[in-house]
Design a protein around this ligand. Structure first.
Ligand code: HEC
Ligand code: HEC
Ligand code: HEC
Ligand code: HEC
Ligand code: HEC
Length: 196
């Protein structure tokens, strides 16, 4: 078991501690289910340095979008079921909501201004990648989603709906992660299935 503790200090008095537990990396087990009614904790961009995962140019929060507001993964990662690449949403997708939604507190307002600035300047957002396989290995998302279902994301990515900042839960760059599940489920293990 790995234990992560997010500390979010709003004021000196109010300190909110959210503790999430994930199972140790294992190919076939999804993370333990978590209560669905938990609102995302209060955090601001100054908290990002102590969160797991790389810091992003805009503090975009999955725990708010996919967690609290329950926006479907495929609304943004729109090609995950039809292509190798899941797709990263364009600024236009964000503006579908943020033309109107400006943020309910000062921290959110500052970050949403950055989204609007990117839109006005016609600049793409340069997200830092969290998962990257070596170029000699290929991972087709659509094959997995078709076989494992649209909610399979957590099997490999952990419970992203509770992540203020995305981090890697499984060692995807270790071939054992892939092979373990392929053995378990009797799936193709020819070298050329993944290396070509
Ligand atoms: C379907 C609607 C929707 C879409 C699409 C959407 N957002 Fe949001 N976003 C929200 C809502 C709702 C909030 C919460 C606003 C609040 O109450 O502060 C939010 C909050 C935010 C915040 C502030 C988070 C914080 O610190 O509180 C940022 C930054 C943000 N969104 C960026 C983005 C980016 C970047 C995209 C595109 C990749 C995007 N959003 C797409 C609805 C959306
Ligand atoms: C409102 C749009 C939006 C929704 C909804 C959304 N995502 Fe994302 N996702 C993004 C954006 C933008 C990034 C790139 C920035 C980042 O890494 O936070 C991203 C990044 C990721 C990454 C890391 C990609 C990498 O670089 O390796 C994973 C994994 C991910 N999302 C999974 C999910 C899952 C699972 C869901 C549903 C539970 C989901 N996302 C819902 C917009 C969204
Ligand atoms: C069987 C494991 C597995 C499942 C299931 C899975 N992913 Fe992934 N995901 C990966 C791996 C491996 C990578 C790295 C791929 C690469 O670098 O080519 C990745 C990368 C990503 C990225 C980054 C892509 C980019 O271009 O930056 C996003 C976003 C993502 N996954 C979203 C999702 C979503 C959403 C789901 C569920 C609908 C999902 N994944 C299901 C293993 C998985
Ligand atoms: C949790 C289980 C699981 C994990 C982890 C997993 N896979 Fe798979 N993989 C599957 C399933 C299920 C299929 C679908 C087989 C089908 O289409 O019937 C599949 C199919 C594939 C295929 C198509 C094989 C063929 O028949 O040609 C490739 C390629 C592949 N996976 C690569 C990978 C890589 C690379 C990784 C690691 C980064 C990985 N997989 C991790 C379950 C998994
Ligand atoms: C299910 C997918 C899959 C299959 C099947 C597979 N590999 Fe891999 N392999 C990977 C992934 C994923 C990596 C890690 C890529 C990375 O570094 O990002 C990897 C890494 C490697 C590496 C580099 C090892 C290292 O330590 O960096 C070698 C060599 C390799 N594989 C050889 C093979 C051979 C030989 C076979 C057949 C016996 C095979 N692979 C079958 C997915 C697979």
């Amino acid at each position: 078991m790995r234990k992560l503790v997010y500390l979010a200090a709003g004021t000196g008095v109010l300190a909110l501690t959210l503790s999430l537990t994930f199972r140790a990396p294992s190919a076939q087990q999804a993370p333990a289910p978590v209560a669905d009614t938990l609102p995302a904790p209060f955090l601001s961009a100054s908290d990002t340095a102590r969160l797991m995962g790389p810091r992003q140019p805009i503090f975009f929060r999955h725990d708010i979008h996919a967690g609290q507001y329950k926006i479907q993964c495929q609304y943004c990662h729109y090609t995950v079921a039809v292509s190798s690449e899941p797709g990263i949403p364009s600024v236009q997708t964000c503006m579908g909501c943020h033309m109107v939604i400006g943020g309910s507190d000062s921290g959110a307002k500052i970050e949403i201004k950055k989204v609007r600035a990117a839109w006005n300047d016609k600049k793409p957002m340069e997200w830092v990648r969290v998962h990257t396989l070596g170029r000699f290995a290929h991972f087709p998302h659509s094959r997995h989603i078709k076989a494992m279902g649209p909610n399979a994301c957590a099997t490999c990515h952990g419970d992203v709906t509770r992540m203020p900042q995305v981090f890697q839960v499984n060692k995807i760059n270790n071939m054992g992660f892939c092979i373990g599940c392929h053995v378990e489920r009797k799936i193709n293990r020819d070298c050329t299935a993944c290396h070509y």
